[in-house]
Ligand binder design. Structure first.
Ligand SMILES: Cc1cc2nc3c(=O)[nH]c(=O)nc-3n(C[C@H](O)[C@H](O)[C@H](O)COP(=O)(O)OP(=O)(O)OC[C@H]3O[C@@H](n4cnc5c(N)ncnc54)[C@H](O)[C@@H]3O)c2cc1C
Ligand code: SF4
Length: 512
């Protein structure tokens, strides 16, 4: 007997290579929906909402062209209740469905919602693997079972062995696991990175739909020229562009920042990867193959640096998420409680580094890793911003922000609100670090060399304020010892001046 089945595809499950789609079955109906529950759970960047909707619509079209039956509910569809369970219930009744199936969601919120929905359903239901990640949800927790620290490097090495990536048998290719020390240079003065490849799609209809529906958003968009890839094919074009033009410099300038360039040599593949338009193994294999054929121009340090991000960090963060949720979402190790200043939504600050990082985030829904970690994240941590505020900002503003990878990076790696699960010490830096890696300070209103007094760079005094106010929590951390030795050696008056300066800046945080 044939069983009429409804299969749900969420907006970040656009994996056209999934085994579900290998053959066409007329008893299977795929459902995709645009819903206010998704556009509204945080205030998203306009480019993020548009990117999701365009990619979903194109994916549904592709499935239909391949012969599959697709029920697509648009945001303004009159039957749309804007809620996932209610829409599903309606479809199950309307289409006389006998079985419900869904792909395992990557967000805890949706996982709970679907489990709950299936629990109350009168027909059989099944959850299927999304066939995207290179490790299982629970794999990291099992790998680190009984261990106090979850060292990314150990997990990454296991993954390299498991997938035989850059390996000669059990040993890393060329004998070294990690080339971090060779990487991370500032852009030379007259160095001009390649212009990023951008797409140019007209998305005026979607922007109009969002406006008519009253969906709130942040950031800017050029609706005639939407720049992000929204199909598997376009994502492959971006990957090829990266391999041909950026990989050779990727590791070297991974941490570099510059006021004239918004992505330097970064791949900008996170949106495609997170929506599953691209498979991580596809990206890794193509990259390694490209490197193998171009070893005269691309060093092992570059390809290893890139592989580490995807096979290491990305899988590791997902593993941490499933090992530590839901507690992770409420962690606040330092008890920080300050509100994020309003200039995080306008870019109107006199600090050149933050002005650039925030303005480009509003313009492109993108900032690269070090801008997120050592500019916006660093400032939030030094200023004692509540991790909930930090999470909401990052989850909203970036095109690639989906909770499993946003919260682990924000609350964990950047804000150390997890007390050291992800990082062994907080990522903080003063103007010294920022100037070492960027070209911002030269044009700044503030003076990078001054710690106190008129126009002193706020990062300098806030840095010491952070260590002083968190002394009881951090002083015993062996990786931070040097900072406390320096702080303790400071003359009392100098220390007091620094703390006074930081207090003044925190009191006037809106005016920075
Ligand atoms: C505070 C903060 C918030 C972040 N929020 C997100 C987020 O919401 N979504 C997101 O995908 N990444 C997030 N990251 C990680 C990283 O910054 C982005 O993945 C990266 O900047 C995306 O740009 P790209 O594709 O050009 O990356 P590249 O530098 O080209 O790196 C290649 C790929 O590696 C992966 N990757 C690199 N670093 C990480 C990392 N730390 N964690 C997971 N994957 C990584 C990404 O898939 C990325 O596309 C965040 C980092 C910080 C510090
Ligand atoms: S002086 Fe300070 S605020 Fe200005 S760009 Fe440099 S680090 Fe940023």
């Amino acid at each position: 007997m044939k069983i009429k089945t409804l299969r749900l595809i969420l907006g970040d499950q656009l994996n056209s290579q999934h085994s579900w789609f290998e053959s066409v079955n007329q008893d299977v109906i795929y459902v995709m929906m645009e819903m206010r529950q998704e556009t509204d759970y945080v205030t998203h960047h306009i480019q993020k909402i548009v990117g999701f909707l365009v990619a979903m619509r194109q994916f549904a079209e592709e499935l239909k062209q391949r012969g599959h039956q697709v029920a697509y509910i648009t945001l303004d569809d009159e039957i749309n209740t804007q809620s996932l369970p209610q829409n599903l219930l309606w479809l199950i009744q309307e289409l006389d469905i006998q079985q419900f199936e869904y792909l395992l969601p990557d967000e805890y919120r949706l996982d709970l919602q679907l489990k709950d929905f299936c629990h109350n359903l009168s027909i059989p239901s099944k959850a299927i693997d999304s066939e995207h990640f290179l490790s299982q949800r629970e794999e990291l927790a099992t790998f680190f079972k009984g261990k106090e620290t979850f060292l990314m490097e150990n997990f990454y090495r296991m993954m390299r062995k498991k997938y035989k990536v850059l390996m000669d048998g059990d040993e890393p290719t060329s004998g070294q696991w990690n080339y971090d020390a060779d990487n991370r240079k500032k852009l030379p003065k007259d160095h001009r990175p390649i212009e990023p490849l951008i797409f140019s799609k007209n998305v005026e209809d979607i922007v109009q739909l969002l406006s008519q529906s009253g969906v709130s958003s942040i950031g800017n968009i050029d609706a005639k020229n939407f720049l992000w890839p929204t199909t598997h094919q376009e994502s492959l074009v971006l990957l090829d562009f990266f391999l041909e033009n950026c990989l050779a410099q990727f590791g070297t300038y991974e941490d570099a920042m510059h006021p004239s360039y918004w992505s330097i040599y970064h791949s900008r593949l996170s949106f495609s990867l997170n929506l599953k338009l691209l498979h991580p193994l596809e990206v890794i294999q193509k990259s390694v193959e490209y490197w193998e054929q171009h070893q005269d121009t691309i060093t092992i340090a570059q390809i290893e640096g890139f592989v580490r991000q995807i096979l290491g960090w990305r899988e590791y963060m997902r593993g941490i998420y499933w090992a530590k949720m839901p507690e992770f979402a409420t962690m606040n190790f330092f008890g920080h409680d300050r509100k994020l200043p309003s200039w995080f939504w306008s870019g109107q600050t006199k600090m050149a580094c933050l002005r650039h990082a925030i303005t480009q985030s509003l313009d492109y829904a993108y900032a690269h890793h070090i801008q997120r970690l050592m500019l916006t994240g660093n400032f939030m941590l030094l200023a004692g911003i509540h991790p909930d505020d930090a999470d909401a900002w990052y989850l909203g503003i970036y095109i690639d922000a989906i909770e499993w990878v946003e919260i682990t990076n924000t609350r964990g790696m950047s804000q150390y609100a997890d007390g050291g699960i992800i990082g062994s010490k907080p990522y903080v830096g003063s103007a010294n670090y920022i100037d070492k890696m960027s070209h911002y300070c030269g044009t700044c209103f503030y003076d990078k060399n001054k710690k106190t007094g008129d126009k002193a760079c706020p990062f300098n005094s806030l840095y010491w304020h952070f260590f002083e106010r968190n002394r009881s929590l951090l002083e015993k951390n062996p990786r931070i010892g040097m900072s406390y030795i320096t702080l303790n050696k400071m003359a009392t008056t100098q220390r007091q001046e620094l703390l006074k300066q930081a207090d003044f800046y925190l009191e006037h945080i809106e005016k920075l």
